[in-house]
Design a protein around this ligand. Structure first.
Ligand code: MRU
Length: 345
């Protein structure tokens, strides 16, 4: 069974509140764009492709809330709506790719036509992510051998993608092809997407999963218990450097040290050819409270200083392959990424 992350219900956006998983499965209906922006900021909806899809539908909601029928005024207000989305989460490029697509789609003789064009484009973006994640999963499954123990970080499954999943999609596709696979899922501090969501999704797929704390990864790699690492991505620079959930870089270094292949799975909507290297990727800094507290419960002395970068960058030299819907790319990444390009730009 695949959980539904977002659903467009003619005029409202229904999302599964991922911040409450796995204890509660609560669907919330969002009727205006500001609620969608907030849901993205508060990570009720999260994961790079899912953020892009949610923003696209959010822009549709924003457009339907604009009262004027004057085209110029409509565009001015629509730009403000889009601007609000750009400030929601800075690292996942899917958000900006989706906004750009919606900007280009905002065309038509009158405001009704523009609104129709926007809703069609949002549905297209959504459908493309579903198709792309399914295709990349099928391709990536070829890298997974029968009997493999894989390690994954954060959550890169159906909920993060509104589709089939990226890293988890590859694992699911390998299993569907009859390969026996098992997974080590890191808990992924501070917000525990691995412990809360990855294990939950894998259980539903009947895939064997063992939860470990982030700091146990090196131990299991050195014990030869892990055959490969596979993660998703939030932004891939033109040289193949990859931004993903904080802790990914540490895993890549450990994998290299232990001669374990480190794979990244992402749709081409996550590629950003405008940035020459990962150094230029903006890294989201989130509230220190996410570090000093676990699910609202304080775990550190009151008032302690805490840092909370939500992502890090893995240099391309640590990555054995990048799996996309258009093919599996290896070094030299600059050439491969240029050849397949970004689906959006
Ligand atoms: O902060 P999050 O939970 O949105 O971070 C998500 C990740 O880092 C995922 O690995 C990434 O978006 C890939 S999703 C297919």
């Amino acid at each position: 069974m695949t959980a539904i992350a977002v659903e467009w219900l003619d005029g409202k956006l229904r999302i599964l509140d991922q911040s409450k998983l796995p204890r509660e499965q609560i669907f919330i209906d969002l009727n205006n764009y500001r609620d969608v922006v907030l849901a993205i900021k508060e990570m009720k909806i999260r994961g790079a492709p899912a953020i892009g899809v949610a923003a696209a539908y959010g822009i549709v909601l924003g457009a339907s809330g604009i009262k004027t029928i004057n085209k110029e005024e409509f565009h001015a207000q629509l730009n403000q709506v889009m601007q609000t989305f750009t400030g929601s989460r800075p690292t996942a490029v899917n958000l900006f790719q989706a906004i750009n697509r919606m900007k280009k789609a905002a065309r038509g003789d009158g405001v009704t036509e523009i609104r129709n064009s926007l809703v069609n484009e949002a549905k297209r973006i959504h459908q493309e992510e579903v198709t792309a994640t399914r295709q990349l999963s099928q391709l990536g499954a070829a890298l997974i051998k029968d009997g493999f123990n894989l390690l994954t970080h954060c959550n890169a499954g159906p909920l993060a993608t509104t589709g089939y999943g990226t890293a988890l999609g590859v694992i699911k596709a390998a299993k569907d092809k009859g390969k026996k696979v098992s997974v080590f899922a890191t808990e992924t501090r501070p917000l525990l997407q691995g412990a809360r969501i990855t294990t939950w999704e894998l259980l539903q797929e009947d895939i064997s999963v063992t939860l470990i704390t982030d700091s146990m990864a090196g131990y299991f790699m050195r014990q030869r218990k892990i055959d490969c690492v596979i993660v998703g991505a939030d932004r891939i620079a033109a040289n193949g450097d990859v931004a993903n959930k904080i802790g990914t870089y540490t895993l890549a270094v450990l994998a290299k040290e232990n001669k374990i292949p480190f794979y990244v799975a992402a749709p081409t909507s996550t590629i950003d050819l405008s940035l020459s290297s990962g150094d230029k990727i903006p890294i989201e800094e989130r509230s220190p409270e996410e570090v000093t507290h676990i699910q609202g419960v304080p775990i550190a002395p009151e008032g302690i200083k805490a840092a909370n970068p939500a992502f890090d960058v893995t240099p391309h030299g640590h990555i054995a392959a990048i799996i996309t819907e258009k093919g599996i790319i290896r070094e030299p990444y600059t050439e491969g990424l240029k050849r397949i390009g970004s689906r959006f730009l």
